[in-house]
Write a protein that binds this ligand. Structure first.
Ligand code: NAI
Length: 354
């Protein structure tokens, strides 16, 4: 049986003298299907930091994909960049050949530092890539991520506030980028009262004008006197410093790696704050990318799974309430359970179908 924690199935470290490209592809698990996860282009201080990022992120993708109800395992790749230097088309094509040589065990997509135009160059050398949007569906994952987060906020509000709709519910959105702005728009359409903050004054101005949002200082938005806080900017915002100052009773947003450590999840539980685990609530994008890769033109394939985010979160909230454990630990347990079931049926020659 393949292991889920720590052990990776395959890690490839490549260097191309001709183009100067250096990249790491980490396949954590293919128990549920090909290892899917984006490619990050980042100026790492050294190879060891790049490797540890690839190992950590690919393991995270195994858990995320397992709870997103898609037939994919977890993987991730990193390209070791130099500050301020873009990748050349030849480098991107070379990266594509490395992905291709894995024969479909790893499927790449966009991540920090990579754009759709970069992926199109990668796609010249491999078909094991998604998020291009060239077939007329899929493409930019952010609208799907925003919709999934909205569904997740509705589930959390139902569980914590006993409310069936968002009319008049006060929500603070931290970060009005691709996901945050679309989320704020959806929230407004459902009658939520918005408070917003972003480093970009232009984005805040647009939200104030178009959505009637109340602007806040970036330093204060997390601690706003609201029902729900939606972190949609940075990771690590929930930590031993910030959690005691939260006033909202629900934290549900798109940002990756919101908890600085696992123990912060326990702190949230102890304070009676309902936290929607980030990798569960923000899975709309990966669901869309999976659908595009599988050639699923039926919009219901993606839409049904995005609605499923609310169902899964409700199950997590219920189990957390019953056991007293944090929602983040329950999410990890549920991901492990799905992986164990799939690994068992794989051993019996009967791959689980998501
Ligand atoms: P983005 O880069 O388009 O937007 C981030 C926004 O946050 C920017 O407007 C930026 O000015 C703002 N920001 C940065 N620091 C801030 C601070 N201290 N206070 C307030 N605002 C701040 O990113 P995007 O795509 O909207 O993603 C947002 C988060 O969601 C990220 O953590 C990302 O990893 C995560 N995510 C995004 C997905 C997607 O489909 N784009 C999928 C899953 C997760």
């Amino acid at each position: 049986m393949q292991v889920f924690e720590g052990g990776h199935e395959q890690v490839v470290i490549r260097e191309d003298a001709a183009t100067g490209l250096r990249a790491i592809i980490a396949i954590h698990s293919t128990v549920l299907g090909p290892a899917a996860g984006g490619c990050r282009h980042w100026a790492y201080p050294d190879t060891a930091s790049a490797l540890s990022d690839a190992l950590r992120l690919s393991q995270g993708m195994t858990f995320k994909n397992a709870l997103a109800d898609i037939p994919f395992g977890g993987g991730k790749s990193v390209i070791l960049g130099r500050p301020g230097v873009s990748l050349t088309p030849r480098q991107l094509e070379t990266f594509g050949t490395w992905v291709d040589e894995l024969g479909g065990r790893y499927v790449t997509a966009e991540d920090v530092g990579m754009q759709v135009s970069d992926l199109r160059a990668v796609a010249r050398s491999t078909r094991f890539v998604s998020g291009l949007g060239t077939a007329g569906f899929g493409g930019d994952p952010s609208p799907h991520t925003a919709l999934g987060v909205l569904n997740g906020i509705e589930a959390a509000v139902r569980a914590r506030l006993g409310r069936d709709n968002l009319d008049g519910v006060r929500v603070a959105v931290q970060g009005l980028g691709s996901v945050g702005f679309q989320l704020a728009t959806l929230l407004r359409q459902r009658g939520a009262r918005l408070r917003v903050a972003d480093l970009s004054e232009e984005r805040v101005g647009r939200a104030v004008k178009a959505l009637g949002a109340e602007p806040m200082d970036v330093a204060d938005v997390l601690f706003a006197d609201v029902d729900v806080v939606a972190p949609c900017a940075l990771g690590g915002v929930l930590n031993a410093d910030s959690v005691p100052r939260l006033r909202a009773t629900v934290v549900a947003g798109a940002a990756n790696n919101q908890l600085a450590t696992d123990e912060v999840g326990d702190l949230l539980t102890a304070r009676g704050i309902l936290y929607a685990p980030d990798y569960v609530i923000n899975a709309g994008g990966v669901i869309s990318i999976a659908g595009e890769y599988l050639g699923q033109q039926d919009p219901e394939w993606t839409a049904g799974r995005i609605r499923g985010i609310a169902t899964r979160l409700s199950a997590i909230f219920e189990r957390a309430a019953a056991t007293g454990e944090s929602t983040s630990r329950i999410a990890d347990q549920m991901a492990r359970e799905r992986l164990t079931r799939a690994a068992r049926s794989e051993l019996q020659g009967d791959r689980e179908v998501a």
